[in-house]
Design a protein around this ligand. Sequence first.
Ligand code: ZN
Length: 443
Amino acid sequence: MASRALASLAALVAVLAACQPQDSRPDVLVVVADSLAASHVGSHGYARPTTPGFDAFAAQCVRFDSAYSAAAWTLPSVASLFTSQPQERHGARNDELPLRANLPTLAEAFTAGGWNTHAIVQTPVLASRTGLSRGFEEYRVLDFSLASFARAIELARQTFDASSAPDFVYLHVAPPHMPYIPPEPFRGRFSAESEGSAHVDGSIASARAVHRAKLAPEHPDVQRLVALYDEHIAYVDQALAQLVAQLRAAPRDRELVIVWTSDHGEAFMEHGEQGHNSSVYDEMVRVPLAISAPGAAPRVVQEPVSLLDLAPTLIESMGLAPLPRAEGRSLAPALRGEALDASREIVTTSRHYPQKPERWKVGVRSGPFKLCATPATQGFALFDLCTDPRELVDISESQPQVVARLRGEVERVVRALEAPELPRELDDSERRALAELGYADER
Ligand SMILES: [Zn+2]
């Protein structure tokens, strides 16, 4: 009798095992090319062939035409990507201020969901002391060198090879961040025909000299710097396209989701600035964003979106526990082909220098409009990006209601920044969601 019962039990176990659903959790790669301005990307209409790799990738997936970084420089932008919180709430506003300890992160959500979580960041700006490593099982910080760029890409490729559980990989590579000094055969590809001074060599010193000289964007020296930046873009584009091709060609037993974006843009004197950090005009905060996901038909999304939306999007798509207090919204409807609310306000901010508040800028995009404000001086200008994509003509006098609405949003941001350390009461659903991620009640 006993042996018959055991045989029945074994048969039942076999049936139950056969009924277990297959592990459908995909591998996920989020790749960020530092300082890649959307305005220098082919699929955004740029004339030079800087990004054939991104363009071919984007043509096969969902590309967001008006994607904004939450901040104009690396640390707060990536902190926003990881937490779906703007810099006035996540706290990582400058190198001395780490990410607030009570904020759940995207990596924690993936780790809690059973993914192996890895970050490979090729910039000391994102060192572990910033708190951005929280939630990752592996967090590797590499230096800015070209050798480390190649190594970062190879590490990402090997990570997907190595494990049987699903992987979440955040890969942040330094190029095309300055200095704009790519290797052969990219070096000279666009700059060889430049009429600018040979002193403009793509080094940080030469970029600063261009900025200090207050040159017009059409000046040959500025155009030479642009050509060098574009060569650097072509260099990173080819390497990332190769990585994507290798990952897709490799044998795998699960689907692969790929997000390709940047942490902010780069300016070339369009509004008197060079580089990033300092403004909220589109050249500094509008980024490429394309998402390849199973079942997402290729399309271009025109509605403005924020990188604050990325964490909610991945979390909804993977069925993970939502990040409490997320300010972004999930773009999963757009991946399904549905329309997004085009009038939603998208906020972006420049670098905040505590000792120089007058330098802090806040941008608010809503529909075709964008308000660029300097809160400390009450200065502002309104642009219609449909008719004036270069943000040259201030139309604030003819649109007082739009100005009033968007200035209200700026005031909200200012109030949040002025009271950064005030804790906010959690509601019950937020507390539950935090508990699911392993957080104790931290009131
Ligand atoms: Zn950056």
